[in-house]
Design a binder for this molecule. Sequence first.
Ligand code: NAI
Ligand code: A1CAB
Length: 267
Amino acid sequence: MMQSILFIGAGRMAESIIAGLYRKNGGNLENVFISNRNDSNRLEFLVEKYEVKMVADWKEIINEVEVIVLAIPPDQHPIILEQMNLLITNQFIVTIAAGIGPTFLETYLPEKTPVAWMMPNTAAEVGHSMTLFTYGNHVKVQHEQTMEFLLNAIGHSHYCSENDIHLLTAITGSAPAFLYLFVEAIIDTTEQLGVSRKVASELVSEMVYGSIEMLKTGQEPQELRSQVTTPGGATAEGIKVLKEGGFEELLKKAVLATNKKAKGENE
Ligand SMILES: NC(=O)C1=CN([C@@H]2O[C@H](COP(=O)(O)OP(=O)(O)OC[C@H]3O[C@@H](n4cnc5c(N)ncnc54)[C@H](O)[C@@H]3O)[C@@H](O)[C@H]2O)C=CC1
Ligand SMILES: O=C(O)[C@@H]1CCC=N1
């Protein structure tokens, strides 16, 4: 049977994970509890949609659950962890927050608390998150099994070091937004060429989908690009404009800026 899980934070990423669990478990989420700082309408929406249980104050239920998922903003962690420190009795604490690794969690929680960090993305909702994860120093087999259960419900996963998650947050956590920006821009351009928004969206989505299927064959992206780019042909002109505009350099800068902010190095 699925362990009892308390989500603290009921925002976008919490919903994506809950939606993934809901799909995978055939809707059976009676052991999942969800709480928020405020906004009971949001909690009622999630209860209605995913058949989870809402909790007005997480402190009231903390000792009835086995796993706690922190789906709150990074800067709320010190506040919540300090409160939790006085209340927990060896529950497994998992954060999904950018920049908040096991070292941070262990600093705030009682000695020997089992903790983990996962960095998912919103494709958890459809069971296709690419999630990075790592553990703290006091995790046992049973916690690893719980983590595997959560990870498998939302897609693929990759175990790595805490430092690697700091370095890869921009890639698996944030880069979906970069990709969506690319798609938005292509759709806007298509629309400006005189095509309806609906048709433009369908053309572009299917083009992206086909390209991803090609990538999944294992061929190198460079090789795939070269197959599209007829020598002396039309695509080469477009690629030239992108390269001259610093497309690749800009992406690298975006990745570095994202990771810097995720690690709290901007403040
Ligand atoms: N959105 C994404 O694609 C991803 C987000 N994350 C991480 O997930 C966490 C949540 O991000 P989002 O869902 O995007 O943000 P969000 O703003 O949609 O959700 C945050 C939730 O936390 C609640 N909250 C804030 N302070 C609280 C407190 N003190 N006590 C209880 N609840 C509190 C808010 O009411 C809200 O429901 C962040 O730490 C972020 O780094 C990680 C990977 C991907
Ligand atoms: O934007 C953010 O801070 C979070 C972290 C990774 C994706 N979204």
